[in-house]
Each structure stands twice: as structure tokens, then as C-alpha cells.
Design a protein. Structure first.
Lengths: 256, 589
């Protein structure tokens, strides 16, 4: 029964993703074509350059001349995400930058949507967009009605781990409450469950190779129920959602 | 009145590294095995998980994983003319307690001793002449050779998943490894850990001086691994919480991550925690052990009869239990007679600091307990001691195990010890300093030994173990020589200043140096100078084996755990393939 419930929600998520994809494809044939033709970043990140979040805001709203679409199409102006797209708010500038660089390679971090987008962004663009989103965001994803057993399993994996499966607690690396360990490790608290699910599946299936070494090992030890449980658990966390101050360089991570 | 329990085949006294390894294979062969552990059960999940496990104050300063000195401690003095006093806090070294023992909170440095280390007296006298040694040194051969132990080293490393680069495979020197190491049958099970920046600085400097740097073998793993027992381990994430902590990532070899999962599911094994062993009881001849007396956590006393009794506690506790049980003749430093307590040794360490300007960022917090680069050019007998008046040596390396805020605050000489000046200096140097480790051999001498304290008793009314120790002249001279080499490397590393002198007397047990307490129940081929034979079997009571670093006749340059793992498998092999087939003394007296 539970497996079927999960596959239903996965199906819903895939449909939603496809809808977003087709929306992008319809609106942006030109950027996709341009992205495919794009060479390496034309404006390598200037040494000592201070990232410019205002330029980042322009890209988020309007895209770039090189063909990157407006980020807000999927992630919203504040980085709140939609579920099909992840919530960016709460992640550090460094983490967001690294993801965009990883997305330049489909073998490192495969994504039909993000691979061409990242390829169309210069290194300076990436730094600016990351600087913008790292300080935005307000809304949290909806609290879904995951069943109690699943949330309990999710909380166990997140906070305690599973000795028999050689699984350390997620929060060991992702911080107490899943608030992240900036600048390297992403926040999980308040992240959309479909996004967490998709990433864990991608690591498990060997499709995603980016990120810390342990994620591939860990994901292979999770079954579908574990993945659904841990994803549902983190989506509904409210009190440990990270503060924007944590993303300012030189500011220690905030704990609540 | 003690309750007498149903007899079993084997009792292990202590369920740490040696106890868990022995119990696992003996239980698997069909024997009924009881593991008596004075501390509690603990496992990676849930006991080692963060954020609790990263409480530096609780674990590193207040030593939450160590023995509770309110109940049990040791007394200490530098010389036999002094009155020993109890060590009321664990500071100078870190004996563990609880399931997994000290291997739960170790750093993971996993070495083999070299060939000469096992035939130490013979080799020294052969190379430098009989008159070269200080007369007060009581160093001796082990009674076992490196070649005999090699398969057992191999087995232990493959159980741990040790990450390293071989320097010598079957006599062929391997580029990138330690060219001085004794020949090994094959590569390490996993490749070396990534080299951090501080270690790269050391490597460059060591190369420039013509030395032979290599990555330290580490049982914090460089990649996921499944050991021959089918137990899975994870890759280290460089969190910097190894020594004094349990590993929450399943990435550090410990009984929990290498052998307990296989042991605990065997119904032939029974673990009894919070059981304080008081004595091993002998029969009327004094030649056969019949049972173990212990008290459980509720204060009830039990007597557990067993055919075979394995002392598998921390080295110091093995020696104490032999003395409490009357197994073997206690050592007398005045006459030199007796063996139990004899040849207690330690480790001779020092640690220069290299201070850099603020353009060099070390990031010491990205660390693992065994991550680093070192040289063995001045280890053991790897250099000619002829021109010098000492034997032994040290490895030199950049091994920075952590940048934890309470423990890591290097400041140069002249810094105020408190107040704003101290704070400013800590802020200035925290991220711009490299620690060089100089880790050296400890020669056994007639004056250093273990016995029972005449005054102080533990919570069960039994005398504490008394440690009498100071660094022998030989080791002080050795430290002066090798520390100077370390300072020269430090200067070549390009810092602004290199600070740190050699080891000096007196030994101070309130300042942490190392947990490597060895000897006291040493192995050998002569019952007059060893408490156990070459198979770690008691000369006097053949159904007692004493498996610990207590068996080392003296301590070599390298960290002792790898050798203890090899000795454990060596003893296991002797028990399984020789003793059980024909119980009795494996070496005639």
C-alpha cells in the first residue's frame, strides 16, 4: 500500500515537472538553442571581483543575452521554488555557486532543465545569481499529510540514523534540524519533498555524481520507503529553517 | 556470597578491540563465549550521533568515553623513591571503557612495526656492539618475528579497511609509500586519504631535504569499504572529531564498525556489560584458572567458570588483573626478578609548531585523526646510531587531527597566558599554524614498572595499579636528536618561526602526550624475562592468554594499534589451531 502511495506521488511530481519543462520549452526555444551553441563562459569570474546581487536580480527576472532564461520562471523571484523546482532560499552562496557549476556537466549533475541553463551562465553570472538567491526567500513549502509512521521513520533517519543499514544520521552533516552547515553543506529543512526524493534517487541510481562522497553510498542503502520518509520529514520542518544571516560570508551558521 | 554461574568455554575480560576480535572467531567456531565488559554498551547509532558527539567539552575535556576515575584509577610517581598519588583525572593518556574500548576514541593511525623492532636487543647488539646500550635498559626480543606476524597484520588491516600506500610489497619498493617499511604481501585495502594543505607543505619541505615522505596509513577510510566479515564502512568526511570521540559516520575502524555486527548476531556469544572483573580464580595447584569473579552494576557478585580465560582489557588493566589474581611473579625493581609489571614503556614525543603569516591558511578544522604526511627516515633503526649515544628513533610528520576550538589554540612564546593579549594571539595564529608530530620509541628500563599501590584502592576495595615511570636517558637523547631534525623541516616549510623543544624530564601525566602504555606482561622466549610466551599465553597458567599492548617488551617508534591487531590474530591462530586441539602450554618451560 505504502509503495503504491509513493509511486502515485512520484508520478504526480513527474507530471508537474513535465508541465514546467514544456512551459520553459514553449517560452524559450531561443535560449535553449543558444545554450546548446554556447561556448565556455565568456566572462570568467574576475579575481577579487565582488559578486553583484543586483546583476543577479536582473538575471533572475530577465535571463541573460547568452540564452539563460529567467530563474524566477521555476524558482520564483524569492527562491521559494514550487516543488518541481527546489527551494533555493536558505542555501549558502557558495553552495548555490557550486551547484550551478556542477550543472554545466550532465554527467556530474544531470538535469534536462538545468544543464543548458548553467551552460549559458558565465562564472560571473553564477556568482551574482547565487549572491542574490542566498539572501532571499520567505515562504515555506506546504506541510503535507505524510503518515505518522513515515514521518517517524524520517525523523529517525534524519536525527539518529540506522545501525543495521550503516546509515549515519543526516543531521550529522546537514546540521542540527537539517539547517545546513554553510558554506559547503545544503540545508534540508523546509526543502520540497519531491526535490529531496529526486536527488536521493539520482544518487542511488548513479546518475548524480556531484556532492560529497558519502551521498552515493548512503543513497544506495535507502529503500523507497526510507527516501519518501526522509523527504517528507524534512519538508515539514519549520523551526530549524535557516536564517538569511547564515548566508553572509564570515557569519557563523545560526542555530535555533 | 558470589552466585556461581553455569560454566562456559571462554571468557573475555574486556570487550574492546582484542576481546571482540577473539570472541568473534571463537564463538563462530562453536564455543560458548561470554564477554565481560566493565563499561556500557554503545554503538554508532544511536550513541555516537551528532550534535551530541561533537560536544568538545563533554568528550575531549571531561572525557565522557574514558574510565571513571571516581571508581577506578591508577597511581603515579616518577621514581621508586617517591610516594605515588592517584591520577584523579584522565589527562596524560586516555584509557577507554565500555564496549569497543579505547579503539572507539582512537585517531586511526595504523602502522606496522619494522623487522628490527621484533629482534630489538639482538639487532642493536649485533649492529652497535654489546657495550653500546645503556646498562639500565632492559630491552629484549619479542619471541616472534615480523615475518610470522605479516599475515596477521594483513588480516587486521583488511578488517579495518586501512587507507594507505604500500612502500614495500614483497621486497619491491613502491613509489609514494614508506620505503623503510617491512615487506608486506599486498597493497592496503583502500588508497590513502587526500593530502591536506598542511601535509603538502610538509611533503614539499621533506622532499627538499632529501627525505622520503609518505601518507600516513589511516583507519579513517578514504572510501566506502566492505570488510571480509561483510561489515560495511563509510568514507571519512574530515569532521575533525576522532580522538576522544566516537565516529558518527561509520568511517573509523573500531569494534563497532569492523567486528561487532558479526559478533553480536552469534548466539554463542553473550555480552555482559557493567561487569567489573575482580579476580581470576586459580585451582589449588595455582597452574589452572577455573573461573572469573565479577560484580555487576547492581553490586551482585558472580563467579563465572570457564575453560579458557582471555585477558583482553587495556594494557594497564591486564597487568593489574594478573597481579590481583596472583598469575605470574611480580617484578621487583631492586633485584630485577619477577616478570609481571616489568618493562612498562610509553612513547617519547615532542611537537614543534610552525607559525606562518596570515597569507597561509591551514584550515585545521578539516581534519581526520590519521590524516597527514610523514617521514620514517629517523624511525627505529632506519639510520646509523653509531655516532650517537642512543638507540631508537621517531617518525616526523604533519598530522593535524583537529582544529577544535577548546583544544587548538597555538600561540608563540611570549604570548600572555590569559586576557586580551592571549585572545588576540589565538585569533592571529589559529588558522596559520602547522603542528609537526615527533613520535618516538620508548626503551624499557629497570626503573620503570607497574605494581599494586600499597595505599589507594578502587570502588571495589582492590588496590590501584601503581605506575613508576620517567623517560630513560637514552630516550631523552633520542628526542633531542630527532626533534632537531623536525625543527629543520619546519624551517624548510617556510614559516615565520618554528618553536618547540625535545622531550624533557620529568614525565608529567597531567599533560596529554599519548595513550600508548605498553609492557608489564611482556612476551618472550624466556620465562625469567617475560610473563607470557610468544603466543601471549601465561607461562604459569596456560589456560590464560593476555592479549594487549601489555605484551610489548618495549615500545617502538610507531603507533601500537596495528601491531596489537596483528598480535591478536596471531594469538587467535595459536588458540584455534594449537591450544584448542591440545590444551596446555604451547611452549615448554
Amino acid at each position: 500500500m505504502k509503495t503504491r502511495a509513493i509511486s502515485r506521488s512520484s508520478t504526480r511530481w513527474i507530471i508537474r515537472s513535465l508541465m514546467v519543462l514544456s512551459a520553459i520549452a514553449g517560452a524559450g526555444l531561443t535560449w535553449q538553442a543558444a545554450a546548446q551553441n554556447a561556448t565556455q563562459p565568456t566572462a570568467p569570474q574576475t579575481a577579487g571581483r565582488v559578486p553583484d546581487p543586483r546583476h543577479g536580480a536582473t538575471i533572475v527576472q530577465n535571463g541573460t543575452d547568452a540564452g539563460a532564461p529567467p530563474c524566477q520562471t521555476c524558482h520564483g523571484p524569492a527562491g521559494d521554488g514550487t516543488g518541481a523546482s527546489p527551494r533555493l532560499f536558505g542555501q549558502s552562496r557558495e553552495y548555490l555557486m557550486r551547484q550551478l557549476h556542477d550543472f554545466k556537466s550532465a554527467t556530474v549533475r544531470p538535469s534536462d532543465v538545468m544543464n543548458p541553463v548553467a551552460t549559458a551562465l558565465s562564472d560571473d553570472d553564477i556568482a551574482d545569481v547565487a549572491a542574490y538567491y542566498a539572501t532571499r526567500g520567505e515562504a515555506l513549502p506546504p506541510v503535507t499529510r505524510a503518515d505518522t509512521a513515515s514521518l517517524t521513520r524520517g525523523r529517525t533517519l534524519a536525527t539518529v540514523g540506522d545501525n543495521a543499514k550503516v546509515l549515519p544520521a543526516c543531521n550529522n552533516c546537514h546540521g542540527p534540524g537539517g539547517a545546513g552547515e554553510p558554506p559547503q553543506l545544503p540545508a534540508l529543512a523546509g526543502q520540497f519533498a519531491p526535490y529531496i526524493t529526486a536527488q536521493l534517487q539520482a544518487w542511488r541510481d548513479g546518475k548524480r555524481t556531484s556532492g560529497a562522497i558519502p551521498m552515493g553510498t548512503i543513497a544506495k542503502r535507502l529503500d523507497d520507503r526510507d527516501i519518501a520518509a526522509v523527504a517528507a520529514y524534512y519538508q515539514q520542518i519549520r523551526d530549524a529553517a535557516p536564517a538569511t544571516a547564515a548566508q553572509q560570508p564570515g557569519t557563523p551558521p545560526q542555530r535555533r | 556470597m558470589a552466585e556461581r554461574l553455569r560454566p562456559v568455554d571462554v571468557v573475555t575480560i574486556g570487550v574492546g578491540m582484542t576481546g571482540a576480535i577473539l570472541a568473534k572467531d571463537l564463538a563462530a567456531s562453536g564455543l560458548k563465549v561470554v564477554g565481560l565488559e566493565r563499561g556500557a554498551m554503545r554503538d554508532t547509532v544511536p550513541d555516537f550521533q551528532s550534535p551530541g558527539m561533537h560536544d568538545e567539552l563533554r568528550f575531549a575535556i571531561r572525557k565522557a568515553l574514558m574510565v571513571d576515575t571516581a571508581r577506578e584509577a591508577m597511581t603515579f610517581r616518577n621514581t621508586s623513591g617517591e610516594t605515588a598519588l592517584p591520577l584523579r583525572r584522565i589527562q596524560g593518556f586516555l584509557p577507554g571503557t565500555g564496549v569497543g574500548g579505547a579503539m572507539v576514541h582512537w585517531n586511526g593511525q595504523t602502522y606496522r612495526f619494522q623487522e628490527a623492532d621484533f629482534v630489538y636487543r639482538s639487532r642493536m647488539e649485533q649492529r652497535y656492539g654489546k657495550n653500546f646500550l645503556d646498562p639500565d635498559l632492559s630491552i629484549q626480543d619479542w619471541g616472534v618475528t615480523y615475518a610470522e606476524l605479516e599475515p596477521h597484520y594483513d588480516r587486521f588491516e583488511y578488517m579495518c579497511g586501512t587507507s594507505g600506500k604500500a612502500g614495500n610489497i614483497k621486497g619491491q619498493i613502491q613509489p609514494g609509500g614508506n620505503p623503510f617499511e617491512a615487506p608486506r604481501a599486498r597493497e592496503y585495502p583502500t588508497p590513502p586519504m587526500k593530502e591536506p594543505y598542511f601535509a603538502a607543505l610538509f611533503r614539499k619541505a621533506a622532499n627538499s631535504l632529501g627525505y622520503h615522505p609518505f601518507p600516513q596509513p589511516s583507519s579513517n577510510l578514504s572510501q566506502p569499504y566492505v570488510n571480509p566479515e561483510g561489515v560495511a564502512m563509510n568514507a571519512c568526511v574530515f569532521c575533525g572529531f576522532c580522538e576522544r570521540f566516537g565516529c558518527e559516520h561509520f568511517a573509523k575502524a573500531s569494534p563497532q564498525t569492523m567486528v561487532l555486527p558479526a559478533l553480536m548476531k552469534n548466539p554463542n556469544f553473550e555480552l555482559r556489560t557493567n561487569c567489573q572483573v575482580l579476580k581470576v580464580n586459580l585451582d589449588s595447584t595455582g597452574r589452572k584458572a577455573v573461573s572469573v569473579s565479577y560484580m555487576d552494576g547492581a553490586g551482585r557478585e558472580f563467579e563465572q567458570p570457564a575453560e579458557l580465560i582471555l585477558m583482553t582489557a587495556f594494557s594497564l588493566n591486564n597487568v593489574r588483573l594478573m597481579l590481583l589474581s596472583g598469575i605470574g611473579k611480580p617484578y621487583d625493581p631492586r633485584t630485577g626478578d619477577g616478570v609481571v609489571g616489568r618493562n612498562y614503556a610509553y612513547q617519547t614525543t615532542s611537537g614543534p609548531l610552525v607559525f606562518y603569516d596570515e597569507s597561509v591558511n591551514i584550515n585545521p578544522f578539516m581534519a581526520s585523526g590519521a590524516n597527514g604526511t610523514m617521514i620514517a627516515d629517523f624511525s627505529g633503526d632506519n639510520f646509523d646510531h653509531g655516532p650517537f649515544k642512543f638507540i631508537g628513533g621517531s617518525y616526523i610528520g604533519a598530522i593535524m587531527t583537529n582544529g577544535r576550538p577548546i583544544e587548538w589554540h597555538p600561540t608563540p612564546p611570549g604570548t600572555p597566558t590569559w586576557g586580551q593579549g592571549w585572545k588576540d594571539a589565538v585569533r592571529r595564529h589559529y588558522n596559520h599554524t602547522v603542528a609537526i608530530g615527533v613520535h618516538g620509541s620508548s626503551t624499557a628500563s629497570r626503573a620503570n614498572y607497574l605494581d599494586l599501590d600499597p595505599t589507594y584502592k578502587d570502588a571495589w576495595g582492590l588496590p590501584l595499579l601503581r605506575i613508576t615511570f620517567d623517560f630513560p636517558d637514552n630516550d631523552i637523547r633520542m628526542s633531542a636528536y630527532v626533534n632537531q631534525k623536525a625543527v629543520e623541516i619546519g624551517r624548510a616549510m617556510g614559516g615565520q618561526a618554528v618553536v618547540g623543544g625535545p622531550r624533557t624530564r620529568p614525565y608529567n601525566p597531567t599533560i596529554y602526550q599519548t595513550t600508548h602504555n605498553t609492557g608489564g606482561a611482556v612476551m618472550g622466549n624466556d620465562p625469567k624475562t617475560s610473563a607470557v610466551n610468544r603466543y601471549l599465553q601465561s607461562w604459569d597458567v596456560p589456560n590464560v592468554f593476555v592479549v594487549g599492548a601489555s605484551a610489548y617488551p618495549q615500545n617502538a617508534t610507531y603507533n601500537p594499534t596495528g601491531t596489537l591487531g596483528a598480535l591478536t590474530y596471531w594469538a587467535l591462530d595459536a588458540i584455534q589451531n594449537r591450544y584448542l586441539k591440545s590444551p596446555g602450554a604451547l611452549v615448554p618451560t
